[in-house]
Design a protein around this ligand. Structure first.
Ligand code: FNR
Length: 187
């Protein structure tokens, strides 16, 4: 059965490496996954006062509604100073509230990272996993994907050229399709 998956990229850069690898993941994914990018650039910074007053910004509500309607979520993160970029952490925080209404609870999740450096965003990847596990999102332990030296894997057209990387993303997407199937909330 087809599963709807939201794909969140933790970079706002127009030439984002993470978005390029995310595009390739979508291209390599099995047809059982219907993957849609969900943008986070316009989410105002989280402020609990707005939820307490029941006046959440429209962008928070739209984001929460969109995520509530999917069967799984993929997060592709860059690494900033060995940690999660603030824009992605903000999206995770917005989705986690109001208390008791988190959109992450029970949502099968997968975390990938890409970087210009050799370590492939490992530090950020682990921090995103820590958040998702704490939020009770069944987070796929493996295969693990940390794409290092990202620029060297692209062709002149900016698309992923490296065959091994394409294969890695294909295997990841196939594993995630099984993960979503196995961990989908029971009706
Ligand atoms: C970086 N970058 C970086 N890379 C890395 O491997 N480890 C790190 O800790 C950091 N720290 C860091 C901090 C800040 C503020 C910036 C702007 C960048 C480099 C980073 O990997 C590179 O900019 C990537 O291209 C970011 O991903 P996107 O935007 O291309 O998807």
């Amino acid at each position: 059965m087809t599963k709807k998956v939201a794909l969140i990229v933790g970079s706002l850069r127009k030439d984002s490496l993470n978005r390029k690898f995310a595009n390739e993941l979508v291209a390599q994914a099995p047809s059982s996954l219907q993957i849609e990018f969900v943008e986070i650039a316009d989410l105002p910074m989280y402020n609990q006062d707005l939820d307490d007053a029941n006046t959440p910004p429209a962008a928070w509500t739209a984001f929460r509604d969109k995520l509530r309607g999917v069967d799984g979520v993929l997060l592709f993160t860059p690494e900033y100073n060995r940690g999660i970029p603030g824009v992605l952490k903000n999206a995770i925080d917005v989705g986690s509230r109001p208390w008791g209404k988190s959109i992450w609870a029970g949502k099968p999740a997968g975390v990938l990272s890409a970087s210009v450096g050799a370590v492939g965003g490992f530090g950020a990847n682990m921090q995103v996993r820590q958040c998702m596990v704490t939020l009770n999102a069944p987070t796929m332990p493996g295969p693990e994907v940390y794409i290092g030296m990202g620029t060297s894997l692209l062709g002149a057209d900016g698309k992923v050229e490296n065959e091994k990387t394409k294969e890695t993303l294909k295997k990841y997407a196939e594993a995630f399709a099984h993960w979503v199937e196995a961990n989908a909330p029971k009706a």
